[in-house]
Design a binder for this molecule. Structure first.
Ligand SMILES: N[C@@H](CCC(=O)N[C@@H](CS)C(=O)NCC(=O)O)C(=O)O
Length: 226
């Protein structure tokens, strides 16, 4: 039995999707950041950085999205090429691209004021958006190679992680000019549209209140900015 600590549509979303895809038993512990839940000593004991997500496992609490996803994939033998598979190396490379490049950049177009304050935020957002488009173009090229772990046929932790980041890149940028046009990346669009149609993913999107408000919360979410 796992306990996932999170906030709906925050970084816990991808772990939620992975747990549901695996069919693991878990409880979702909802945090309320506006009530200071991330700063409580009891939460900092689970994640000293006070960030979402945290997964409590039989071996103890884990934080950092990529570590949690790889742990689940390896422990359950699902959602990733096996450690000795020929495609494991390429899969790990693109998992790292998501965690070290795409994830921070998506967060930066959503919160550009965090780097230099309000004065520099437009310049930060513009520059980051250009870089984000480059990364999406590279991902698109890789997806067109047809590896199963980056395809519409079968989910992997790479496709789940990418789907969450692409959702945010369409729904949450600070500026409308930076809404990612997913149709420009047809292979990526096909992957997230296929994920959205899977029953385990649909259950998570419904539980997190995302599908009540829109038909395609991953492939064509509503813009939530001003
Ligand atoms: N590198 C971390 C990033 C986690 C992260 O930035 N989480 C955000 C939510 S998506 C958070 O908890 N932010 C706290 C806040 O904004 O107060 C990971 O992959 O787990």
């Amino acid at each position: 039995m796992y306990r996932l600590h999170g906030v709906y549509d925050w970084g816990s979303l991808v772990v939620h999707m992975a747990l549901e895809e695996i069919g693991a038993e878990f409880e979702f512990v909802q945090l309320d950041p506006s009530q200071g839940d991330l700063a409580r000593p009891s939460y900092l004991a689970l994640n000293p950085f006070g960030l979402v997500p945290v997964l409590e496992t039989p071996e103890g609490p884990m934080f950092e999205t990529t570590a949690i996803l790889l742990y689940l994939a390896d422990r359950h033998g699902a959602l990733a090429p096996a450690p000795d598979a020929r495609d494991r190396g390429a899969f790990l490379v693109w998992l790292a691209v998501l965690c070290q490049q795409l994830h921070p950049m998506v967060l930066q177009v959503i919160h550009p004021e965090r780097l230099l304050g309000p004065e520099g935020q437009r310049a930060v957002a513009d520059a980051t958006y250009r870089r984000l488009q480059d990364i999406c173009a590279q991902l698109e090229a890789r997806a067109q190679q047809g590896d199963w772990w980056l395809s519409a046929q079968r989910p992997s932790i790479v496709t789940l992680y990418m789907a969450m980041l692409l959702r945010w890149a369409q729904a949450l940028p600070a500026y409308r000019a930076h809404i990612l046009p997913l149709a420009d990346y047809p292979a990526l669009q096909a992957i997230v549209a296929a994920l959205e149609r899977r029953a385990p993913i649909a259950r998570v999107l419904a539980r997190e209140g995302l599908s009540a408000a829109m038909a395609n919360p991953l492939s064509a979410p509503l813009y939530e900015g001003a």
